[in-house]
Ligand binder design. Structure first.
Ligand code: CAA
Length: 274
């Protein structure tokens, strides 16, 4: 179980759900993991769980949308672990509404977290990537690096009530494809994973509205029970995915077996087709 031995991975939104499962998976394969989350406590808990099993991890709490977040994240990673091999842009949330009721802020919030934040993190990492890959090439060393940007089937096929989220999850596919072309020569595989219906606190079936505060916004978590049943009816495997199964899909594209796979969108959705 050491496919990622010596690798350094950054996971945004790593404190709960899919991100948490991914951090634990990476660590179980020997990677050192930088665990970001908006909330400090869950990030620290994941770090403690990794360290309890003898792994290495760093909690880096904070909002991915903060103006100086990206530069600080990359600097802290390099300072602690000396290199960076895997970036998973996983942090995000939904802010649903029919378009006739959707505010500018509701649209912009999705742009900030799902598109601009991944762009800034990858731009911040690019300076290190350019320097280190040049050196590795000069030394004749074959080192592959991995970027996975999290998209959604909503970004591929659209979803009612998610004009904002669907638009941004489509945009992040464009970002991934562009960088796969810019960064292939540096041996950096850039792919997107589009999740279908995965069980997390964002997708739990609710009878009454529940909300959380995200950067001063009141955001609904959970979706109406009827919608959940309708989604499940469209999944050939007949059930939602678990966070661990979702993480496994991302892990595949971070493993050495994906060294010649780039610019792709992997749908992890139990057979759901768009
Ligand atoms: N198609 C077309 N119209 C629909 C519709 C549908 N499937 N569902 C509802 N409508 C219509 C209603 O008939 C209603 O029309 P009128 O105003 O003419 O009567 C109108 O839309 C408003 O419906 P609601 O009363 O439900 O509106 P609301 O403002 O209370 O709620 C909503 C809207 C927030 C979008 C709510 O319906 C909702 O939460 N839907 C679920 C959204 C969803 O699927 N989210 C995905 C979560 S999973 C995820 O995001 C992960 C991933 O990556 C896949």
């Amino acid at each position: 179980m050491s496919k990622l031995k010596g690798r350094v991975a950054v996971v945004t939104g790593g404190g709960r759900g899919i991100g948490r499962a991914l951090c634990l998976k990476f660590a179980s394969e020997g990677a050192s993991v930088v665990v970001n989350d908006l909330d400090a406590e869950p990030a620290k808990e994941v770090v403690a769980a990794i360290e309890a099993k003898g792994g290495k991890a760093l909690a880096f709490p904070g909002s991915v949308t903060a103006p100086d977040f990206a530069d600080k994240l990359i600097a802290a990673t390099l300072e602690k672990f000396g290199d960076l091999h895997i970036i998973v842009n996983n942090a995000g949330y939904t802010h649903d509404g029919m378009i006739h009721k959707m505010s500018d802020d509701q649209f912009d919030a999705m742009y900030e977290v799902h598109v601009k934040a991944p762009f800034k993190i990858l731009r911040a990492a690019s300076h290190h990537f350019r320097a280190v890959t040049k050196q590795e090439a000069e030394e004749g060393r074959d080192v592959y690096r991995k970027v996975v940007n999290i998209s959604s089937v909503a970004g591929m096929g659209g979803n009612v009530g998610q004009a904002n989220y669907s638009a941004m999850k489509a945009a992040v596919i464009g970002l991934s494809k562009a960088l796969s072309k810019e960064w292939g020569r540096m041996k950096i595989n850039v792919n997107a994973v589009a999740f279908g219906f995965i069980e997390t606190r964002m997708t739990q079936a609710v009878d009454e509205k529940k909300t959380i505060q995200v950067e001063g916004r009141e955001v609904a978590i959970g979706i109406p029970r009827g919608n959940v049943e309708a989604f499940k009816a469209m999944i050939p495997m007949g059930r939602a995915g678990t966070p661990e199964e979702a993480a496994d899909g991302v892990y595949l594209l971070c493993s050495p077996e994906s060294n010649y796979i780039s610019g792709q969108v992997l749908v992890v959705g139990g057979g759901f087709s768009i």
